[in-house]
Design a protein. Structure first.
Length: 184
């Protein structure tokens, strides 16, 4: 697979590419993907974990020990657990969110899928996600993997990014458009 473009150009992309290669070679893409999805959820929900990954005052040793405890508590697969240790040792935990996004893009490309970033005002249930995938598949003509995010500031609706195309159906944008139209 050729990822010589944008993904490898960034620091997070190089780490994601290394993790992807290791997971692919050991046939553990699904297990690593599930572990990274759990980590992404934990980062979104836990202020303490976010602070641990981004604080410059946490020493390498403390970060390494803390991430080993996090990996054990979350029952992450061995590859993802070891990868967290590498990030902690190299003081790259702040890149974890970007690494997860790049890894998901690599996995989607490997599977022949397109990745869509879907932002909603509240968490979506499985039926809603499947409906979005089906709708996007008819639109782009191939399978679509979705990268979900929650942003309450959009008030409602969805913001969907597929490649360079963005579909903004958020209530916030509609209200802003209405306000501009009313100004004249």
């Amino acid at each position: 697979m050729d990822n010589s473009g944008g993904i490898q150009a960034s620091l997070a992309g190089r780490y994601a590419t290394a993790l992807f290669g290791l997971a692919r070679d050991q046939k553990q893409l699904d297990a690593v993907g599930e572990s990274l999805a759990a980590l992404k959820r934990a980062l979104a929900e836990s202020d303490d974990l976010r602070a641990l990954t981004t604080s410059p005052i946490v020493s390498r040793g403390d970060a390494l020990a803390a991430m080993a405890n996090v990996a054990a508590a979350m029952k992450l697969d061995p590859i993802a657990s070891n990868f967290l240790g590498v990030l902690a040792s190299n003081r790259r935990l702040a890149q974890l969110g970007a690494i997860i996004r790049a890894f998901n893009l690599l996995v989607a490309a490997h599977r022949g899928e397109t990745t869509a970033e879907v932002t909603s005002a509240h968490p979506l249930d499985e039926a809603q996600v499947e409906a979005i995938k089906a709708n996007l598949k008819t639109r782009v003509g191939r399978d679509v993997a979705v990268d979900l995010a929650v942003d309450p500031t959009i008030l409602g609706g969805l913001v969907v990014k597929v490649g360079s195309q963005m579909i903004d159906g958020s209530i916030r944008t509609k209200l802003n458009t209405l306000a501009q139209a009313m100004k004249g």
